[in-house]
Design a protein around this ligand. Structure first.
Ligand code: FMN
Length: 274
């Protein structure tokens, strides 16, 4: 993907739930198909993408209109599979948008059993989310407009609510333009019910990612907000060429912030390793 305009791609991407009813072009499908073969993630957990023809498999979503094609993905059930999924699927989403193809992350509003059957999901695999692929219609459906308003889809939390230095009480003020840009792309990221669970605490030259878990359901087989964390990491790592390192930074955390991971920004001339 052309990294030079990645910030624009991230900032102009949004969920599209109303499509123009046309199939995506053969050329675009081939480009997307080639690109997804190159996608990897810092967890080295394989994420397998599958195109699904909506009519052939009888697939639809109650929130999507005018689509003919979906893309789904599967991961092996393993520790960090949600974050790996989030990271890789977001790469696909951003590449699709660079071609003008609209997507919507769908983890809930779909007949899950039908999609899982269509991807021939095995017992040791999870299909966390799917997305329609299509060209956005000129006008959003009434349902889409209502949905966006209900979840305040165009709003994001402020920097001072999300990014901190040394502890969770001191907001982060960075004069480093590259880091500031990367943090902004984290802020713009999509998340389930637009809950934006990511919190980042900078210590030295390390950016420690935390999940502020608000959707509950941790007894379920998987945590959708960890998928969101993978998306945030995708943006941050792409913008900083940082490296992921999993360890506990021992920062005192408010009750609901779960220690998640550390992200060293190693490969940058502008950052020296702490
Ligand atoms: C992991 C994940 C799961 C999501 N699941 C759904 C879903 O089931 N249905 C839906 O309409 N939108 C879903 N969304 C889209 C979010 O509602 C959307 O990203 C958020 O409101 C921000 O809006 P935007 O994508 O237009 O920026 C999901 C997003 C993510 C990241």
């Amino acid at each position: 993907m052309d990294i030079s305009n990645i910030t624009d791609i991230i900032k102009t991407r949004k969920s599209f739930r109303t499509f123009d009813g046309k199939l995506i072009s053969k050329e675009h499908k081939e480009m997307l198909s080639s690109y997804i073969k190159t996608i990897d993630n810092p967890y080295n957990i394989p994420v397998e993408f599958i195109f699904l023809n909506a009519e052939e498999h009888g697939l639809s979503s109650p929130v999507i209109k005018g689509e003919h094609l979906y893309i789904a993905a599967k991961v092996p059930k393993t520790e960090h599979c949600e974050e790996a999924f989030g990271f890789s699927f977001e790469k696909m989403v951003l590449y699709a948008w660079s071609l003008g193809i609209g997507t919507t992350w769908i983890g809930g509003t779909m007949p899950r059993e039908k999609f899982e059957k269509a991807v021939q999901l095995k017992d040791n695999e999870l299909m966390l989310c799917v997305s329609p692929l299509g060209y956005p219609a000129n006008k959003m459906s009434v349902k889409e407009l209502a949905m966006r308003a209900a979840i305040k889809a165009d709003k994001r939390s402020s920097e001072k609510e999300l990014f901190f230095e040394n502890n969770f009480s001191s907001p982060l003020n960075t004069s480093d333009e590259k880091v500031a840009k990367a943090l902004e792309t984290v802020r713009f990221a999509p998340s389930a019910v637009n809950k934006q669970p990511w919190r980042i605490v900078k210590t030295g030259n390390t950016y420690n990612f935390y999940e502020y878990s608000t959707l509950g359901g941790h007894s379920a087989a998987w945590d959708v907000q960890k998928v969101d964390m993978g998306i945030a990491l995708c943006h941050f790592i792409t913008l900083t060429s940082g490296e992921l390192c999993l360890s506990d930074p021992h920062i005192e955390t408010p009750k609901k912030h779960r220690i998640y991971c550390r992200c060293f920004a190693l490969n940058n001339a502008y950052i020296t390793q702490s």
